[in-house]
Structures are given as structure tokens and as C-alpha cells.
Write a protein that binds this ligand. Structure first.
Ligand SMILES: *[C@@H]1O[C@H](CO)[C@@H](O)[C@H](O)[C@H]1NC(C)=O
Ligand SMILES: *[C@@H]1O[C@H](CO)[C@@H](O)[C@H](O)[C@H]1NC(C)=O
Ligand SMILES: *[C@@H]1O[C@H](CO)[C@@H](O)[C@H](O)[C@H]1NC(C)=O
Length: 271
């Protein structure tokens, strides 16, 4: 990889000139995103509790703590799609919290991000609360790029939504959010030109304390998120979360979530 890059850049100057606009385009995308969303919201791979070291699971790890991920992660190979439905919760200021601070959490499904930390194809909903004001955002992300908001869908507490990611290759795929009451969907198609390749090693159903401006946002009391109809496609077959590693969020030595799985659901409760 390194070698071919060197050959590429030293001997093929003409090609480099063609490659340059791509980099500029990518940079422009980042800049547009920064302007559009001043807080630079990003999902990240799971960190070990109270560190920024990536937490890697394997087939034999069954339970773990992370600073930012709660839920369930399947570890294997050949994961090409992940889906589930959940009811959008009403976030609350955590006990001892301030009415002037904004608290958030996010529920999403995704491919990779753990044993493959070069990319995450994911989609979900952020829920935030500040004092008595609650807000929601539906988004898609191909980490390490930022998350982008979907337009044409407006989320409120109690909505039942279905979130799905589908990788058609390691650099292309779709992120879809469906209003289960109406069947109306919003979809984003990634057609390649992404910043990192998928490995298709992980399928996950996650409640995340995401990052804004490179630090974790104050974590909201989100009540309970139950991902029902939780399914992944593994080597062309449909599998449930059974056998997944269960993760809970622990920050400053305090466990903030309690996650559990059944053969078709993942439940994450704020404790
Ligand atoms: C994040 O950084 C941007 C640009 O520096 C700033 O405008 C914004 O207020 C910051 N947001 C938070 C939540 O600190
Ligand atoms: C798998 O993870 C467990 C703990 O989560 C660790 O003790 C073990 O060494 C890991 N195994 C491999 C093969 O990495
Ligand atoms: C789903 O559709 C229902 C019925 O039209 C609507 O009340 C709700 O706001 C919609 N929710 C989303 C997330 O689109």
C-alpha cells in the first residue's frame, strides 16, 4: 500500500493532478459539514472506559465496559446489513444535572467500528435535552467522516422507526430510516469515495455517547431503548444478536447503562 502510493505519487504526476480534486472535494465535504453543524458531531469506535483507547472485542468476549458505547456487537466476518426498530425515547436531564447544559445520546445500527476500526457504516437518531427543551436528529455516517442529517424526516418522542444499513461492497451501501407507521423512508446511498473501507467484521445495535468538538457530549438519561426485530445479514444469512458481546457505558468509574439481549432484540436502559 505504502509502496504503491510512493510509485503513484512520484512517477505519475499526471495522475496526481487528477487525484488532487478528489482530495479537495473530500476536504470541501468536511468543511461543508463543519459549517453546517458547528458542533462537529461524530460517532466513534468504542473506547475503553475513561480513555481514548479503542476497545477491541473478539468472539470470546461477552461483556465489557466502554466510555461511549452501550448495546450489543457481533464479532465475526461477512456482515453486510444490520436492522432494527425502536421507539424514540424522551431524553431527560440526568439526576444532579444542570438545566443550562445540553445532554444527548444516540441510538443507531451499524457495520464495523470495533474489530475493524477503519470505518463504520451507521444510521440512527440523536436525542438531546436542555432544560425542558428536547430535540431530535436523524443522521447517517460513514466514519471517519462526520455524521450528516437526513432531510425530509422529522422525529418526535414515541415515533417507531426502523433503521437499516446495507453494505453493497466495502466502500458503498445505503443507510435508511423508515417511519414504521407510514412506511415512508429516507435513504442515503454511499457510492464509494468514502474515507475508510469496511471489513464487515462487526454488526451492532448501539446507544452512544457521541462526540462533539472531540469530546463526549454530556450523556442524557434516555430511559430505555429497545431495538426489536434486531437482525444482521452474515454471509447472506439472517442472524439475531445471540452471541453478541454486551457493552455498557462506564464513565468516571460509574456504570450508566444496563444492556441485555434476546434472540431478536437488544435493550439498553439508563441506570
Ligand atoms: C465547537 O467548536 C466550534 C468551532 O470552534 C464552536 O463554534 C462551537 O461553539 C463548539 N461547540 C461546543 C459545544 O463547544
Ligand atoms: C478476547 O477478549 C478477551 C477479553 O475481552 C481477552 O482476555 C482475550 O485475550 C481476547 N482473545 C484474543 C484472541 O484476542
Ligand atoms: C411517522 O408518521 C406519523 C403519521 O403520519 C407521524 O405522526 C410521525 O411524526 C412520523 N414520524 C416520523 C419519524 O416520520
Amino acid at each position: 500500500m505504502k509502496l504503491s502510493t510512493t510509485i503513484f505519487s512520484t512517477s505519475l504526476l499526471a495522475t496526481a493532478a487528477i487525484a488532487a480534486p478528489l482530495t479537495a472535494q473530500r476536504q470541501a465535504r468536511h468543511e461543508a459539514r463543519k459549517v453546517a453543524r458547528a458542533n462537529n458531531r461524530e460517532s466513534h469506535p468504542p473506547y475503553k472506559s475513561d480513555t481514548k483507547e479503542i476497545l477491541h472485542f473478539n468472539e470470546s468476549s461477552h461483556e465489557s465496559y466502554s466510555s461511549n458505547w452501550a448495546g450489543a456487537v457481533l464479532v465475526g466476518t461477512g456482515y453486510t446489513a444490520v436492522t432494527a426498530e425502536f421507539t424514540v425515547p424522551t431524553p431527560k436531564v440526568p439526576s444532579g444535572g444542570s438545566s443550562r447544559t445540553e445532554y444527548c445520546a444516540s441510538a443507531w445500527v451499524g457495520i464495523d467500528g470495533d474489530t475493524c476500526d477503519t470505518a463504520i457504516l451507521q444510521t440512527g437518531v440523536d436525542f438531546c435535552v436542555q432544560g425542558s427543551s428536547v430535540s431530535y436528529d436523524a443522521w447517517y455516517e460513514w466514519y471517519p467522516d462526520y455524521a450528516y442529517d437526513f432531510s425530509g424526516i422529522s422525529i418526535s418522542a414515541g415515533n417507531v422507526i426502523k433503521v437499516t444499513v446495507d453494505a453493497t461492497s466495502t466502500t458503498a451501501g445505503t443507510a435508511t430510516i423508515e417511519n414504521v407507521s407510514t412506511g415512508k423512508t429516507v435513504t442515503h446511498t454511499f457510492t464509494g469515495g468514502v474515507d475508510g473501507d469496511l471489513c464487515e467484521y462487526n454488526a451492532e445495535w448501539i446507544v452512544e455517547d457521541f462526540e462533539s468538538n472531540n469530546s463526549l457530549v454530556p450523556f442524557a438519561n434516555f430511559g430505555t431503548v429497545t431495538f426489536s426485530g434486531a437482525e444482521a445479514t452474515d454471509g447472506g444469512s439472517t442472524v439475531g444478536p445471540s452471541g453478541a458481546t454486551i457493552i455498557d457505558i462506564k464513565q468516571n468509574n460509574k456504570v450508566l447503562t444496563s444492556s441485555s439481549i434476546t434472540s431478536s432484540s437488544v435493550t439498553v436502559e439508563y441506570v
